[in-house]
Write a protein that binds this ligand. Structure first.
Ligand SMILES: [Zn+2]
Length: 278
């Protein structure tokens, strides 16, 4: 059971930090300078066997990768037992000084930095859409609520999250959610990765956030299937393709952003898993 693979995370990290320094959180750059200095010192002292993996990343680093006009992929990391650092994606959409966040970071501290970063870049977050009830989608919910930001989710997601203090605006799919000048369509295509997974469509930029029901091109499996509905997954992907087949960018929950080929890739994986009776 895997959320994602290390090499995928590493490639995305490289793309963001080495090829596109604009997307970096400047505080992350400081953190990295420290890491590489530490690496050099550690090597000089002959303790190379204690060096962290080249794929290791600071846990609290937050990146914003621009993928369209006013649209960013936010990526944060968590080290999972037996898996190492795992990157998780969400989206930040901005227009005229208003921000709509799709999914939080893994935890409250990362989410606080993400919200601060958005505000610093003139895109204070007015609303959050949660795409299902797992930790990588809503692990930073407490920080969002603490700041009084409006939240939106399916009734099923609220029920599964079992957080008494959370009373979001309930989404009836398909529904347009607005945050100031930003609008996004939230659509429940049917169960797949989770019984309550939704996708989010930004019509202006034709960006589709597929979340965890959409796999990155490098994903060779369906990922974490602990709560998945394998039998329903193919048909749910077909509904996404039918509705958003003109997407220009497709953002998976984990791994690199692509185009609609990610939907075809996910459909092939889901059909193979379905035929194997998994
Ligand atoms: Zn999930």
């Amino acid at each position: 059971m895997r959320l994602d693979q290390g090499p995928v995370a590493a490639r995305q990290w490289d793309a963001c930090t080495r090829n596109n320094p604009e997307c970096r959180d400047p505080r992350g750059a400081v953190t990295h300078a420290f890491v590489w200095t530490w690496l050099a010192l550690a090597f000089a002292q002959g303790c190379a066997h204690h060096l962290p993996s080249p794929n290791a990343t600071p846990r609290d680093d937050v990146t914003l990768m621009p993928i369209a006009d006013g649209v960013f992929v936010h990526t944060t990391w968590k080290t999972l037992p037996g898996m190492g650092p795992v990157a998780s994606n969400g989206v930040l959409a901005c227009d005229e000084g208003d921000g709509l966040l799709v999914d939080t970071a893994w935890n409250d501290a990362q989410t606080a930095r993400l919200l601060d970063l958005a505000a610093e870049r003139g895109c204070p977050v007015r609303a959050l859409v949660v795409t299902h009830s797992h930790e990588d989608r809503m692990g930073g919910l407490a920080e969002v609520l603490r700041r009084g930001i409006a939240t939106y989710a399916l009734p099923d997601t609220v029920a599964r999250a079992r957080i008494d203090a959370w009373q979001p605006s309930l989404v009836v799919s398909p529904q347009t959610v607005r945050a100031g000048q930003v609008s996004a369509e939230v659509f429940f295509p049917g169960a797949a990765h989770a019984p309550d997974n939704v996708v989010v469509w930004l019509s202006g930029s034709k960006v589709l956030f597929g979340g965890c029901m959409v796999r990155a091109a490098s994903g060779e499996t369906l990922g974490n299937v602990a709560d998945a509905d394998i039998r329903a997954w193919p048909e749910s992907v077909r509904r996404v393709i039918a509705r958003y087949g003109d997407a220009v960018r497709v953002v998976p929950g984990h791994g690199a952003t692509g185009g609609t080929e990610l939907l075809a890739h996910t459909l092939a994986l889901a059909e193979a898993a379905q035929s194997q009776g998994r």
